[in-house]
Design a protein around this ligand. Structure first.
Ligand SMILES: [Zn+2]
Length: 431
């Protein structure tokens, strides 16, 4: 594909006008002012369009789209125990497949090219990712409440083996299998140590929730001899592999130094943290301490959507307000978090920016909209004024997965039919 005469947000996240970009196979093979010589492939007219790097949504539970809005208005504990857990217990791999397609449709249509996920039933989710064309670091969230329970006893053990086999046999590298501990408060020390060891032996990344609520953070300190979730996990070796820690709202003191030293990526989930009343993550302090920070939507049950553009915008304006600093998390720094940091957290060093030799993950925005005119600063218009329906094309690994509102490989009507069928069936079972 040749994107002809288009404005490109380049590898430094600066706008360059009137460029030509060529993709071949999975990669970007040419960027320049001159038209490429001897090109005779497909041409996309870039007039009044912007080529942006795709977002990396680094904390999600994609099939939870199926539970969107269920149990709204209940306090957190009742919402979890009376609504989420009973409904989730009924979900089959096939249900996960439909829920994942629904979630990926939202993500693709809002500018994401990749996501980091923690859930269960890896076969249904990986089948959906395979078909939809996104990249994903998938994991089966592990938990245990008794020291007699070992990693080899739980479904998560089968889940990670399923993913490792899948990755070995796949003819692409869009799907990566990660190890996952759901959280400190749902784990025993035995389980934490066993999974940490397994991740190290198998060179896996780790995905977990950290200090999302003040209650969970303080109870951990009581339970673990004064150690915070970060300190406890660090003691057990969890951060001896590259890790993504979702939320990090209540981290304190030495936690910052451990995360920086161990290269833990913090995933800021502003919508979820605000909607569940968890608090506001100390993103500025984390960045000042040298911690890598990315952005995630969390699951649709606590957001309640998977709109990546909205999440990135919210991260910026929330953190500006919380820090009383209008210059903090401006458009360039925001893309650093949402694109490059996200890609690095997933172990995808050749992703996260539009650059020669990088993967062709390109999202095209149409500037020909009332809320995007006039254009003084194109990047500022995208980050602060654009809506997801300004996205007119999305390319992942060189494949067009979405164009003019139509998904290449997701039959949206069918997916929405099944999401509603699943809702009715589960509600009938729960009666
Ligand atoms: Zn989560």
């Amino acid at each position: 594909m040749l994107f002809k005469n288009i404005t490109v947000i380049d590898e430094n996240y600066e706008a360059q006008e009137h460029l030509n970009v060529v993709t071949e196979g999975k990669k970007i093979t040419y960027i320049g002012k001159e038209m490429p010589e001897n090109y005779n492939g497909e041409i996309y007219d870039g007039n009044n369009k912007v080529a942006m790097p795709g977002f990396f949504n680094i904390h999600c539970h994609v099939p939870m789209t199926l539970i969107r809005g269920y149990g709204e208005g209940l306090p957190l504990h009742r919402w979890l125990t009376e609504r989420m857990f009973p409904f989730e217990a009924l979900l089959t791999p096939e249900d996960m497949y439909w829920g994942s397609l629904l979630g990926m449709a939202e993500m693709i249509a809002s500018g994401a090219v990749s996501f980091t996920d923690m859930y269960m039933e890896m076969d249904g989710i990986s089948k959906a990712v395979e078909e939809a064309g996104m990249k994903a670091n998938l994991s089966h969230g592990c938990s245990a409440f008794s020291d007699d329970v070992h990693f080899t006893d739980i479904n998560g053990y089968k889940g990670i083996h399923y993913l490792m086999d899948y990755v070995k046999n796949a003819n692409h590298d869009r799907i990566i299998g990660d190890a996952s501990l759901h959280a400190e408060y749902t784990s025993t020390e035995t389980l934490v140590r066993e999974i940490a060891e397994f991740a190290k032996e198998n060179h896996l990344h780790m995905h977990t929730h950290i200090s999302e609520t003040q209650k969970e953070h303080n109870e951990c300190k009581q339970r673990r001899g004064g150690l915070t979730p970060i300190q406890f996990f660090n003691k057990c070796g969890v951060f001896d592999v590259p890790a993504t820690a979702a939320h990090c709202v209540w981290i304190e003191g030495e936690d910052f130094d451990i995360m920086a030293q161990k290269g833990v990526t913090a995933c800021h989930c502003p919508s979820s943290n605000l909607k569940l009343g968890s608090g506001i993550a100390p993103v500025k302090k984390m960045l000042e301490k040298g911690i890598r920070v990315g952005i995630g939507t969390d699951g649709a049950a606590s957001n309640n959507n998977l709109n990546s553009l909205e999440e990135v915008n919210l991260a910026s304006i929330l953190q500006k307000g919380a820090n009383n600093d209008p210059l903090f998390l401006g458009p360039k720094q925001l893309l650093e978090l949402a694109c490059r940091n996200g890609a690095l957290s997933q172990g995808r060093a050749d992703c996260g920016s539009i650059k020669m030799g990088n993967r062709a993950d390109i999202v095209i925005y149409d500037l020909d909209k009332p809320h995007l005119q006039p254009v003084f600063d194109v990047l500022s218009n995208i980050m602060y004024s654009a809506q997801s329906n300004d996205i007119c094309l999305s390319m992942i690994d060189g494949n067009i997965v979405y164009k003019n509102g139509v998904f290449t490989d997701i039959d949206l009507e069918k997916v929405m039919f099944h999401a509603n069928r699943i809702k009715e069936e589960k509600l009938a079972q729960l009666k």
